[in-house]
Design a protein around this ligand. Sequence first.
Ligand code: HEM
Length: 187
Amino acid sequence: MLTDTIKEATLNQHQQLEKALVAKMKTIRSMQGYVDLLKVFYGYFGGLEQKINQYINSSHLEDHNQRRKTNAMADDIEALGGKLPITANTNDLPEINNALQAFGALYVIEGSTLGGSIISKMMQQHLPFDGQNGLSFFNGYGEQTHQMWAGFKTALNAVAKTRDDEAVVLQAANDTFAGFKQWMDKQ
Ligand code: HEM
């Protein structure tokens, strides 16, 4: 199944990104540092979502509208007194010209909800949050996380009909991971 192949094909990129992100998080010891981290996600995921939304709608993924992350990130940044940065443009984003490529990119965004709760907990260990204020993006779907992930995987498996389709999704997912790492290093 595509969901097995894609996990294996992106494992290395995930590990590299996770390592870089954990190292970065260890240096964050102020709310300003946390806002800056959110801005990195907002810039890249925000730009990606604009592209993805041109190709994916509720016919591919029933609850697509509820899955968008840009608003949650914007709310968190503004709740903590930050200003919204500009979002990544075509130069920094993977190629997304069809629904298959859009699904490859969305795999990376949706998958980030699985690590999001870990990031949320790590940040709360060191920073003085006011309740859960400013954590809505990383808290993501909360207790619904695994259910939402299962729903996404079903849609992902349905969208790729052939081996060639699968190759397009895999390439887009890998490019999305690589692009995020580069974007993070550049900020
Ligand atoms: C500190 C940072 C991170 C940690 C600790 C982390 C941790 C995890 C864990 C534990 C899982 C597996 C969950 C499960 O199988 O139930 C997972 C899956 C995943 N994560 Fe992360 N993650 C982090 C950052 C990210 C980021 C920033 C992205 C995307 C930009 C990402 C993308 C994914 C994807 C796509 C999967 C799904 C893999 C699959 O196909 O099963 N992760 N992550």
